[in-house]
Design a protein around this ligand. Structure first.
Ligand code: MG
Length: 381
């Protein structure tokens, strides 16, 4: 401590001396600042990884068989925290953008991982975009902080592990025979999620209804462009045991969406419309609820704040995910005892998950008691 203080005084006088001598040498100035700030050995590392999907994943606008992710680690004092950025191509992030962003993150300037607010404000300030890359730092940081405290985050936040919700399981758009097969394979899930937003929507629901009467939730991914059509569809779905509708209309159609929510017999949820905290306020009065995803909102710190804000506004909250490893899913599921709607099937849809953590058992989200984000084992991928 004494040594550091002396070093600080010495450095300060050197900078001062340079200025007095008539010109600031910028490189020695930067070097001096570096000496003052470098006071921890907290280190971020990252490596690209590609998730293999069990089925071709089809949305209203695209299909794919893999998802690029970036796996991160923060190491501090012999403890390692794990994180992940999942980057479906349509959201604009990639291995290249995440690498570029993460290369700029210098955690050595912070004293220790407990400076969560300072660290994540700094990470957010590096660039206005890159939400998934930011989430990969946030998740690893939460993991290491929980490990240093010796508790999982659901406990740190004060949630009851027994109150985790059932998760929906997504049945992607496909041929009638494949859809029926997928529904059979999804036997253990209590709620199925169906992707709509094409002109075959009613056939898709009728195909599923020919094999099961389980409750359904639907995600239109902005696919319905007319509010009267959307309301007719929702009324039709309401008669077929559908429980809620996610992002029925394009995110720009705010007034039409508010009209639809007011008339709709089912709760509506904003997903593409809701990325970060300010979007929660914008969604108030437009949707019944919001879909929070770590990869959109930069991680657990902001997700927890968004959840608190939405609930205080009387809105419903859903937790969603991309196709992710058990790292991202275990992280977000730490919040799940606090919400009604979970769509946390991301790790179940991939065949090369390098982590173990939160499980889905008989359709219910089951948290581990391991500290941090609840990852108990890292497989050798
Ligand atoms: Mg969605």
């Amino acid at each position: 401590m004494k040594h550091n203080r002396r070093k600080f005084i010495l450095t300060s006088s050197l900078i001062g001396g340079t200025i007095l001598a008539g010109g600031l040498n910028t490189s020695s100035f930067a070097k001096s600042i570096n000496i003052i700030k470098k006071n921890s050995n907290m280190k971020l590392t990252f490596k690209p990884y590609t998730l293999e999907l069990k089925h071709v994943f089809t949305l209203a606008t695209s299909s794919r068989t893999t998802t690029p992710v970036m796996l991160t680690q923060i190491e501090y004092d012999g403890t390692i925290g794990y994180g992940e950025a999942s980057m479906p191509p349509y959201l604009g992030e990639s291995h290249e953008t995440a690498s570029r962003f993460l290369s700029k993150v210098d955690l050595s300037q912070f004293k220790d991982p407990f400076e969560v607010e300072n660290i994540l404000e700094y990470v957010d300030s590096i660039d206005p975009l890159n939400p998934a890359a930011k989430a990969s730092v946030d998740i690893a940081l939460h993991d290491i902080v929980g490990k240093l405290i010796g508790k999982p985050w659901y406990k740190i936040w004060g949630f009851d592990k027994d109150k985790t919700p059932f998760t929906s399981f997504t049945i992607g758009i496909d041929t009638s025979e494949v859809v029926k097969q997928k529904v059979k394979e999804a036997d253990e899930y209590k709620v199925l999620k169906v992707k709509l937003g094409r002109d075959t929507d009613k056939e898709m629901i009728e195909t599923i209804r020919s094999v099961t009467d389980k409750p359904l939730v639907v995600d239109v991914n902005q696919g319905w462009k007319d509010k009267f059509f959307a309301l007719d569809m929702i009324n039709w779905l309401n008669e077929r045991n559908v429980k809620m509708v996610e992002q029925p209309m394009p995110k720009e159609m705010i007034e039409d969406m508010a009209w639809l929510t007011e008339k709709s017999p089912l709760p509506t949820f904003g997903d593409e419309s809701v990325q970060r905290i300010p979007d929660v306020i914008k969604a108030y009065g437009v949707y019944s609820g919001i879909n929070i995803k770590l990869m959109k909102c930069t991680g657990l710190r902001e997700a927890h704040k968004m959840m608190t804000l939405a609930k205080s506004l009387g809105m419903q909250v859903m937790l969603g995910c991309m196709t992710e490893t058990s790292c991202g899913i275990s992280a977000v599921s730490q919040l799940s005892p606090g919400i009604q709607w979970a769509d946390l099937d991301g790790a179940l849809l991939i065949s090369n998950d390098p982590f173990e953590g939160t499980k889905v058992i008989d359709g219910k989200v089951v948290l581990t008691d391991d500290p941090g984000i609840g990852i108990s084992k890292v497989l050798s991928h």
